[in-house]
Design a protein around this ligand. Sequence first.
Ligand SMILES: CC(C)(COP(=O)(O)OP(=O)(O)OC[C@H]1O[C@@H](n2cnc3c(N)ncnc32)[C@H](O)[C@@H]1OP(=O)(O)O)[C@@H](O)C(=O)NCCC(=O)NCCS
Length: 185
Amino acid sequence: MKEKKLQPNVYPTQYEKHVKIKDGTRVLLRPLKWTDEDLWINFFYSLSSVSKQFRFLDRHRQLTPEIIKDAVQIDYVNHFALVAIVKENEQDLMIGVVRYRLDPPPDSASIVGAVLDDWQGMGLGTKMLVHLLHIMIEQKIRKVHGDISLENRLMLRLLDQSGFKVIEKDSAGVRHFEFQLSVKY
Ligand SMILES: CC(C)(COP(=O)(O)OP(=O)(O)OC[C@H]1O[C@@H](n2cnc3c(N)ncnc32)[C@H](O)[C@@H]1OP(=O)(O)O)[C@@H](O)C(=O)NCCC(=O)NCCS
């Protein structure tokens, strides 16, 4: 049987795939690479202030070398990120990023993600999340958790409709959620 377990710092080609979003655009979903630094910085600065606020919850108003390094230098085992890439004027453009970090290892992880505003509402966030959850299941992650701003009505609704048995706790303007990843998903 093919080895599915991710190896530290080994780029997992097996998780590359193309998807089509609602307007017909073909998008490459692939693990993030260390060489994606410029694409990621461009992605960060292209997010609207609202999307940035919902994604980073008031952290990271300005980028620092430490934040960039933390975002890009992932090891694929403790920290995994999936990016969405389209071609624009023959250049790669990063239009979405979803990621998880083991917290605590080995089988719990936090998740976060964002799609550039111009590309939202076309099914990309859902496709990225489904692919990420599939990877997490293959990596034997059992518990998923994260934080959503109480102002982020769309995400709160999506969480309620997700079909997962979600445990929620609100504090300081943020809803903390957790759910078990079942192999049936
Ligand atoms: C949350 C986010 C990643 C979703 O990405 P997306 O590509 O827009 O998601 P999708 O197109 O797959 O849409 C998911 C659902 O939201 C709905 N939706 C998306 N944008 C919407 C909008 N502007 N208004 C109403 N509904 C919307 C879609 O109809 C879909 O619902 P459905 O499954 O019932 O059809 C994106 O909105 C985003 O980046 N937001 C800012 C950052 C953030 O909130 N991150 C989450 C916390 S870490």
